[in-house]
Design a protein. Structure first.
Length: 135
């Protein structure tokens, strides 16, 4: 029975954190984008995020945030949310679910704590700016 279930692999859909200037905060902040670098539009997109980890020896967890997008065209991106600077100290988990035609895709993406200090910055496909990519 379990062998009859095929779980499709998520390809060319990923998250990127971009360090951008914010006029609201008058400083650079991390914004997370969902990037669709595939040849297919993705539909009924749901993104659920939460941060968790240990700070000062105490377990911390943020509330769940939910974002929904009707459709993301091929080779495009959409801004999901900002990561507040105090939350960068925690693991930031994003659960992304979407459809391509009649097939459901689902993947968990995690920005590890203090990802902003890691030197794995690269040019983000589709956006063509430097950022931190989680595939």
């Amino acid at each position: 029975m379990k062998t009859d279930i095929t779980i499709p692999e998520v390809e060319n859909v990923f998250l990127a954190a971009i360090h951008e200037w914010s006029d609201d905060f008058m400083e650079k902040i991390w914004n997370v984008y969902l990037v669709n670098d595939s040849d297919f539009k993705i539909e009924s997109v749901m993104v659920v995020s939460q941060a968790f980890g240990t700070l000062d020896g105490e377990m911390k967890k943020t509330s769940l945030l939910r974002h929904a997008f009707i459709e993301i065209p091929p080779v495009s991106s959409v801004k999901v949310e900002m990561i507040e600077k105090s939350v960068v100290q925690l693991n930031n988990e994003f659960m992304v679910t979407y459809f391509i035609e009649n097939t459901l895709y689902d993947k968990k993406f995690i920005f590890k704590k203090h990802f902003d200090t890691i030197l794995e910055i690269e040019e983000v496909p589709v956006l063509f700016v430097d950022g931190f990519v989680v595939r």
